[in-house]
Write a protein that binds this ligand. Structure first.
Ligand code: ZN
Length: 398
């Protein structure tokens, strides 16, 4: 018995990762953690026939595990590249909510998600709409954690929401880029000490970026708004998804409770990288319809995996280009590099292509506010954003 098990394990390690033509693709794995209770959402691009789950208690040094077998499926390249290679598959450490790590592996006839548990949890598999499954993992002694999103909320969340595609824009084709001017209409965003409104400066910058993307990179550009009007965060992402865009650039101005904070920073979607990043996300997410919005509850607990590699690359190219150019034009001591950070932005969650949120400078800082209003600063900043996008496209389109 023991010998045949060893052979099975060896077989799993040696079998290459087959890419079955026409297979349903496991696009995304999202983890929601609660109190002795966790849920793992598996998002596919089609329906899976006969998915199965099993759990095994820990034996000896082997920790308890739960498994989901997905017959006829294969894992997306974006997803597997975000995980750490292990023999026979890839793994991501979680260390929260009773989950130690998640692994995605290939088995005969499909793919398998293996959850290594920090405590024994009972596994139940639930359907979420047509193309997602929810693995519920709960301690038999614990009551269900009401803060975890259920199948109904997640089905609504997934409706119209996709995830970053595997491929960058094709070489030779015109890149399709959505430029999103933050805020607008009754949502003015931040307001500077002398009354400068974020929504106005963001629109000016976005229009300039859009023009330059067209002229210098030959891109096909879509603005989420070209006037002072309100557009919901969901509608902004829906536009990008509907246009099948290659990139999504959201342009904002920063603000802080203290007027001393200044500098330039660029965000991509992930859990907040620090307390300041969480604060920026709270502010930029404020125009979502309120605490009853199911998407809002989902996003607040989301641990995104696998979507951020291209977005992170894009964020670095844009941030570096802006700092380089502005330091040259205005002097290095006049420009402060706050770097690339990650946080949970609603507008980025729902966009299914590499997406960043650029915070040009602080409207709450008196000198930055005045500078932001000058055409020269806006022009140099916008041109540098376009330069960064150009570098990104050169790098990812061989
Ligand atoms: Zn903003």
């Amino acid at each position: 018995m023991r010998r045949s098990l060893a052979i099975l394990v060896l077989f799993a390690i040696l079998v290459p990762w087959p890419r079955t033509a026409g297979a349903v693709v496991l696009e995304q794995v999202l983890v929601f953690v609660g109190h002795h209770h966790a849920r793992v959402l598996l998002v596919l691009d089609g329906a899976v026939e006969d998915p199965r789950t099993s759990s095994a208690p820990g034996v000896g040094r082997a920790p308890p595990r739960a498994r989901v077998l997905l017959p006829g499926t294969t894992a997306s390249g974006t997803l597997t590249s975000a995980y750490r290679p292990i023999p026979g598959g890839v793994e991501m450490p979680v260390d929260q909510g009773g989950i130690a790590a998640l692994a995605i592996g290939e088995v005969s006839g499909g793919s398998e998600v293996v959850v290594t548990l920090a405590e024994p949890l009972a596994a139940t598999l639930l359907k979420v709409g047509r193309r997602a499954l929810l693995l519920d993992l709960r301690s038999p002694q614990a009551s269900p954690d009401p803060s975890l999103p259920g199948p109904d909320v997640l089905a609504r969340f997934l409706n119209g929401v996709g995830f970053v595609r595997d491929e960058a824009a094709l070489p030779g084709s015109r890149p399709r880029i959505v430029v999103d001017a933050g805020h607008g209409g009754e949502d003015t965003g931040a307001v500077g000490p002398t009354g400068t409104r974020e929504s106005d400066v963001a629109l000016g910058l976005a229009k300039r970026v859009a023009d330059e993307l067209e002229h210098r990179l030959g891109a096909e550009v879509f603005l989420t708004r070209d006037a002072d009007r309100f557009v919901s965060l969901q509608d902004r992402a829906a536009l990008a998804n509907g246009q099948d865009a290659d990139l999504f650039l959201s342009i904002h101005l920063n603000a802080a409770p203290t007027p001393a904070l200044w500098g330039v920073e660029t965000y991509y979607l992930d859990v907040a990288s620090d307390a300041d990043a969480a604060r920026v996300a709270r502010r930029e997410n404020a125009s979502v319809s309120g605490p009853e919005d199911p998407t809002s509850a989902v996003v607040s607990q989301l641990r995104v995996s696998g979507t951020s590699a291209l977005s992170r690359r894009l964020a670095h190219e844009v941030q570096e280009a802006v700092i380089r150019r502005l330091s040259t034009v205005f002097g290095p001591d006049q420009i402060r590099d706050l770097g690339v950070k990650s946080a949970m932005f609603h507008v980025l969650v729902a966009a299914r292509m590499p997406a960043i949120l650029f915070e040009a400078s602080f409207l709450s800082h008196p000198e930055e506010e005045l500078r932001l209003r000058t055409p020269a600063f806006q022009r140099e900043t916008a041109d540098a954003v376009v330069e960064g996008v150009g570098r990104y496209l050169e790098a990812v389109r061989p």
